[in-house]
Write a protein that binds this ligand. Structure first.
Ligand SMILES: Cc1cc2nc3c(=O)[nH]c(=O)nc-3n(C[C@H](O)[C@H](O)[C@H](O)COP(=O)(O)OP(=O)(O)OC[C@H]3O[C@@H](n4cnc5c(N)ncnc54)[C@H](O)[C@@H]3O)c2cc1C
Length: 461
C-alpha cells in the first residue's frame, strides 16, 4: 500500500489500497492526468484513478457507489466536459495494449490506446483501423461516439466495425459485450458515449489498406468563393470511394505552420480515396482547374499517415467548438457560409469545416447502433482558440455561424463533436426513441446513477 500524503483523505485511502493502479488527489503526482487536451474545460475531479486493469475500473465504480461519488472516464481530453469535486475520474492511459490478429483481420485494443497506437500495430501486417482525422484521439472515446473518419463515405462509421467491447457498467459488473451477448449494450455503446459504461477494451475489424490517395489542396482566401461553389457541385456526384470536406482556415503565424498558410485565410479541400490513381487524378483535376492551389498536397500516402489530411493540432489548447448537421446544401447555403467564414467576414475561428457525409455512412450496418442521423448530408464544425484578444469574439461568432446556417441545419449533431454535459445539447445527437432506450438501459445497469455525469443520456433526477 502507498503511503498517504498529507492531502490524502481517509476515504480515498481505502480506494488506493484496493486497486493495482494509482489514485491521485489534487496536488499529488498523477493528478495532472486530469488536464484535458481542451484546456478550456475545467476538469477538477475529487481524485484521478489511473486504472491498471478492468478490475480497477470496477472497484472504482463500486467505491463511488458506497461513498456517494460519481465516476467519469477520460483518456486524452479531446472531448472533455467539465467535472468537479464529486467525481472520481478514471484515466485509461495505462490500458494501452493493442494485439493484432492478422489472420482474422482484427485488433483487440485497450481503452487507453490512441489511434496512432493501432495504426502502428496494424500497418506491418498490411492492415488498418478506420480512424478519425486525428490519430491523437483516444480509440474508446471515438468509437463510443460513433466515429466519422476521412474514409467514412466508403466504409461507414468506425463504430460499425466494432466486434466487441469489454465494459464496466454503473453497477460495477465487468461484461463482455458482442452482437449476441448483452446485445442491448452492444447497440448502445456505439453512439451512446459513456452512458452505458466505461469501456476497458474493444475488438475492431481491420481493413486491408496500406495506401490511399489523399491529402489537401490549399487555396488562397481570394479563391474561396469559386472553390467552395465548385466543390459543392463536385460533391453531388462524388463516388463512394472518396470522402471530402472543405475547411476555411485561419492558422496562426507560427514557425511550424507552412508560410503560405500562416496568418491568413485559406480554404483547404480535404480528400481521401481508395480509388485507383487515374480516377483520383481525374476527380481532383476538376478542382485544380478552378484555381491554382497555394499548396497541392493530394497524392498517394501511406494509410498510417492519414492525420496529414486534416493536420489537426496535436498540442493541448483552449478550444471552443460548435457543430451541427445539415440536409442538402444549395449554392445559397455556400454563400451564407462564405459570408461568415470567407474573405471579409472577420471570422475569428481557426477552422470552419463542412464534411460531406452520405455513402456507406447513410446505410444501416448489419448490427444497428445508437447512432442517429445517418440521413444528414453534411457536418458543419466550427473551432476557435479561446485566447485573448479573440476569446470573446470566438464564442460570439460561433453563434453567428449557427444562425446564418440555420435554414440548412437540422438542429441535430454528432455525439463526438462539440462535447457538452448540457442535456439539451446531448439530446440533439439522438432521436426520441434512442434517447428513451439509452436512458432506460442506463437506469437498468446503473440504478444508483454512479455514471450519471458528463456527456451521458439520462432522464433528469
Ligand atoms: C482535433 C480533434 C479532431 C477530431 N476528429 C474527429 C473525427 O475526425 N471524427 C470524429 O468522429 N471525432 C473527432 N473528434 C472528436 C473525438 O472523437 C471525441 O472528442 C472523442 O470523444 C475523443 O475521445 P478521447 O478519449 O480522445 O477524449 P476524452 O476527452 O478523453 O473522452 C471524451 C469522452 O469520450 C467518452 N469516453 C472516453 N473514454 C471512454 C471509455 N473508455 N469508455 C466509455 N466512454 C469513453 C466519454 O464520454 C468521455 O467524456 C476530434 C476531436 C478533436 C479535438
Amino acid at each position: 500500500m502507498e503511503l498517504q500524503t498529507p492531502t490524502a483523505d481517509a476515504t480515498i485511502a481505502s480506494l488506493r489500497a484496493g486497486i493495482a493502479g494509482s489514485v491521485a488527489l489534487p496536488g499529488e503526482p498523477g493528478y495532472e492526468l486530469a488536464t484535458p487536451w481542451n484546456l478550456a474545460v475545467p476538469v477538477t475531479p475529487r481524485a484521478v484513478v489511473a486504472a491498471a486493469n478492468a478490475d480497477d475500473v470496477a472497484a472504482t465504480v463500486r467505491f463511488a457507489a458506497q461513498h456517494g461519488l460519481r465516476v467519469a472516464v477520460q483518456r486524452t481530453g479531446h472531448g472533455a466536459v467539465a467535472l468537479g469535486g464529486d467525481v472520481l475520474l478514471v484515466h485509461t492511459g495505462r490500458l494501452d495494449g493493442c494485439a493484432v490478429d492478422p489472420l482474422a483481420r482484427t485488433a483487440r485494443v485497450g481503452a487507453g490506446a490512441i489511434w496512432q497506437d493501432v495504426l502502428d500495430a496494424a500497418a506491418p501486417h498490411g492492415l488498418a483501423p478506420l480512424t478519425g482525422s486525428s490519430a491523437a484521439v483516444g480509440v474508446a472515446g471515438f468509437l463510443t461516439g460513433a466515429g466519422i473518419g476521412p474514409l467514412v463515405r466508403t466504409f461507414g462509421l468506425s463504430s460499425d466495425h466494432v466486434r466487441a467491447f469489454d465494459v464496466v457498467t454503473g453497477d460495477g459488473a465487468a461484461l463482455h459485450v458482442t452482437p449476441d451477448e448483452h446485445a442491448e449494450l452492444f447497440w448502445g455503446l456505439r453512439g451512446g458515449k459513456a452512458t452505458l459504461g466505461i469501456v476497458t477494451a474493444v475488438e475492431i475489424d481491420l481493413l486491408p489498406i496500406t495506401q490511399i490517395h489523399a491529402g489537401a489542396l490549399y487555396f488562397d482566401g481570394s479563391d474561396a468563393a469559386a472553390v467552395a461553389h465548385a466543390w459543392l457541385d463536385w460533391c453531388r456526384d462524388l463516388p463512394e470511394h472518396s470522402s471530402t470536406s472543405i475547411a476555411f482556415l485561419q492558422l496562426p503565424p507560427l514557425p511550424q505552420i507552412p508560410p503560405p498558410l500562416a496568418g491568413r485565410l485559406t480554404l483547404a479541400v480535404r480528400f481521401a480515396s481508395v480509388a485507383e490513381e487515374h480516377e483520383v487524378q481525374a476527380l481532383i483535376a476538376r478542382l485544380r482547374a478552378v484555381a491554382t492551389p497555394l499548396i497541392d498536397a493530394v497524392g498517394p500516402m501511406p494509410y498510417a499517415a492519414l492525420s496529414a489530411i486534416h493536420a489537426d493540432p496535436v498540442d493541448p489548447m483552449p478550444a471552443h467548438e460548435f457543430s451541427g448537421l445539415t440536409g442538402e446544401l444549395s449554392h445559397e447555403a455556400v454563400d451564407a457560409l462564405l459570408a461568415v467564414a470567407g474573405p471579409g467576414s472577420g471570422s475569428p475561428q481557426t477552422v470552419i469545416e463542412l464534411r460531406l457525409l452520405g455513402g456507406a455512412l447513410a446505410r444501416e450496418p448489419r448490427h444497428r447502433s445508437a447512432f442517429c442521423h445517418r440521413d444528414a448530408s453534411f457536418a458543419l464544425m466550427v473551432a476557435g482558440v479561446l485566447v485573448p484578444p479573440l476569446a470573446e469574439a470566438v464564442v460570439e461568432h460561433a453563434g453567428v455561424v449557427e444562425q446564418s446556417m440555420a435554414p440548412w441545419t437540422t438542429g441535430r449533431t454528432l455525439p463526438n463533436f462539440a462535447p457538452s454535459a448540457d442535456p439539451e445539447r446531448i439530446a440533439r445527437s439522438y432521436d426520441e426513441d434512442t434517447r428513451h432506450w439509452l436512458s432506460a438501459l442506463a437506469t437498468e445497469h446503473d440504478p444508483h446513477g454512479v455514471l450519471r455525469v458528463g456527456q451521458v443520456v439520462r432522464t433528469p433526477v
